[in-house]
Design a protein around this ligand. Sequence first.
Ligand code: PAF
Length: 289
Amino acid sequence: MKQIQTVKSMQHLAARLRRQGKTVGFVPTMGALHEGHMSLIHAARKACDIVIVSIFVNPTQFGPAEDYTTYPRTLKADAALCRRAGVDFLFCPAVKEMYPSGFQTFIQVEKLSQGLCGPFRPGHFRGVTTVVLKLFQILQPHQAFFGQKDYQQSRIIRQMVQDLALPIRVIILPTMREADGLAMSSRNAHLSREERRAASVLYQALKLAKERIRQGKNSSEMVRKNILDLLHQEPLVRLEYLEIVNSEDFKETKEIAGHILIAIAAWVGKTRLIDNIRINIRPKNANGS
Ligand code: PAF
């Protein structure tokens, strides 16, 4: 596995791989790799001739009061994991490579960035789409792999790819979870033992919602209440939002039908966690039933 630091050498390599007719799979990350990232890397390894992983803690997607400086940085261990997983190239540019002085071009997917995490993290998705588009431009991948845990991010990137007619297939893979259901995240490392125990209530609440829906509950309000009742039993968890929306356009839904996303963001101590589930429920009157 070769590590590449500069945009120029990455561009040269990308052009060479294209000339050789190789299919390139790309896994963009901010490092502190865990099983969630590894599942994306394994999928890329299966699907493509060449796998490129990027590790770049992107400053433009962090707000001024957010955890940019304390975000875990574990490049050596990450590189070892990538090598073992058969990654061909690791792209880890410095901030000034990606944002040279005078940088002033940003990209924004308008509507999909407005709901869910949008109001709580102003500018976050603008930073994500800007860096992902720039990485796509540099690497020229055929396929790019994202995790469902950051569902809003993945949906926004898919929209950007569609709107700008980028010849890239965006693949969204299921959330990887710890034994108690907690969604794997680089930020879990910040949780104390007590907080780590408490954090599992997020997935328990989502699972409960799924169960209620499968039992036939189709009112968002009722399901919301079930989720809130469970979350309120855990005093270490401070809910930021709970949304039951259509998973395509993120519009709120009163009746649970069609493609639904239930998304939660919550603070556990000083750590902000997100999780979600997607459910597909046929409307009651579909096919005359
Ligand atoms: O999901 C992440 O790790 C980041 O938001 C991404 C997609 C690598 C962009 O910085």
